[in-house]
Design a protein around this ligand. Structure first.
Ligand code: FES
Ligand SMILES: [Fe+2]
Length: 421
């Protein structure tokens, strides 16, 4: 249980808040590079700020405040220039630092433009994503997590905007027991066919260890021994806001990052970043290796009912029904919630470090430590032992334009590959 004050401290991310300051020490993805192929601008809401991502005519990207400092028109409708963007209303031009380069209708020789500045933030491209940094200079490096930089992978990005605070989504990532219930027993109830799903196997033991990049969580399931991947390797919460999940076959690797980007206190951009490395005997077609598929991941139907047959929608139902910001003064944490307690303790500790002027955990500045960040990932994840096709059709990848290609490459059982559901 937290006090109201502690709950506020951990959840509020707007400018000037302590958690907002901590979150501003990290790079956050704001778009896939491929999303900008056919467009010049994209609205971005990040940490309570309204911004515009734009592409200029030389192909560079910028991220600046959405509302023009002249009379507040939206730069999401701006006109790209060689080295910036012009407001559609009166043509003031800005560059990626937020400096005003030109005011076409001011008298010649006027220096009024030099007094005008809007927000402007650095961007970097990595793993097919555009990452933004809203913190103090000098900016750290974008962490080169293994799945972002691995060669020969088929990459995609699922996207949802989830109407709740980022913290309840992250706390779910240090809550291994929910798998047995939400994705196991509850899923079987919803399916209603009598089918047993692998996730409903009973959890006997859970474990959590802080490590350099966050928290490794482990689970031991009924019938498993401690040398199984679920226990011996586990998978990590990458501090502060990413969950990495392992493969479900030894023959190939799936890197799956769930990145929870706080848009504001009550909305979170949920990215499912997928990088599939095919088995050596099945080379992927070049067109798949070159593509970067971006797809929307629906979690509710038109009537607002959750699509509860799917794993991601089961999670989102539980996150959103906790409230826009979960009221942690009313919770009752049990022994299985000690991963959540550990994670909160780390957040409080890192808030203190930032307040003291130090870099928080997982801020990377040394290029030698950032060639590739290898994360511990189980290679045989129990929850997905019912085959590739079946597992993918109940997860975000169901909505990827690559689904059929991926099943053709990764599913070993031809009958499963051909099943419509
Ligand atoms: S409102 Fe943007 S130039 Fe006038
Ligand atoms: Fe889950």
């Amino acid at each position: 249980m937290l006090t109201q004050q502690e709950n506020e401290l951990l959840t509020r991310v707007g400018p000037g808040t302590p958690m907002g300051d901590l979150m501003r020490r990290y790079w956050h993805p704001v778009a896939a590079r491929s999303e900008m192929d056919e467009r010049w601008t994209k609205r971005v809401r990040l940490l309570g700020e309204d911004l515009v991502l734009y592409k200029d005519r030389s192909g560079s990207f910028g991220l600046i405040g959405e509302f023009c400092p002249h009379r507040r028109a939206s730069l999401a409708y701006g006109i790209p220039t060689t080295d910036g963007i012009r407001c559609p209303y009166h043509g003031w031009q800005f560059d990626g630092t937020g400096a005003c380069l030109e005011q076409p209708n001011e008298p010649e020789g006027s220096n009024f433009k030099d007094k005008i500045k809007t927000a402007g933030y650095p961007l970097e491209e990595l793993g097919g994503l555009l990452w933004a940094y809203l913190g103090p200079q000098p900016a750290p490096l974008v962490p080169r997590l293994d799945g972002l930089v691995v060669e020969g992978a088929i990459r995609s990005l699922g996207v949802s905007i989830v109407p709740c605070n980022w913290l309840q989504m992250m706390e779910n990532s240090v809550d291994p027991c929910h798998t047995e219930w939400l994705h196991g027993n509850f899923a079987e109830f919803i399916l209603g066919t009598g089918e047993k799903v692998p996730a409903s196997r009973h959890t006997v033991k859970i474990g959590f260890d802080e490590f350099d990049w966050g928290i490794v969580k482990r689970r031991l399931l009924e019938g498993q021994t401690e040398d199984c991947d679920d226990w011996a390797i586990g998978h990590p919460l990458v501090f502060p806001n990413i969950l990495a999940i392992g493969s479900h076959d030894v023959n190939w690797t799936m890197y799956a990052f769930q990145i929870r980007v706080p848009m504001d206190d009550t909305h979170t951009l949920h990215y499912w970043y997928n990088a599939f490395v095919p088995p050596p005997h099945k080379p992927a077609p070049q067109r798949l290796l070159e593509s970067f598929d971006v797809f929307d991941v629906p979690f509710a139907d038109e009537a607002g009912e959750y699509l509860l047959r799917m794993t991601h929608a089961q999670d989102i139902m539980c996150w959103v029904t906790q409230g826009a910001i979960a009221n942690r003064t009313l919770e009752a944490l049990g022994s299985t919630d000690r991963g959540i307690t550990l994670y909160r303790k780390m957040l409080f500790r890192e808030l203190d470090r930032v307040a003291a002027g130090a870099d928080p955990k997982c801020v990377v500045r040394d290029p030698a430590q950032n060639t590739v960040i290898e994360l511990p990932l189980e290679r045989q994840l129990n929850a997905r032992t019912n085959g590739f096709a079946r597992s993918m059709r109940r997860h975000n990848v169901r909505f990827s334009h690559q689904l059929d290609d991926l099943i053709a490459l990764f599913e070993e059982n031809p009958k499963e590959a051909a099943t419509a559901n």
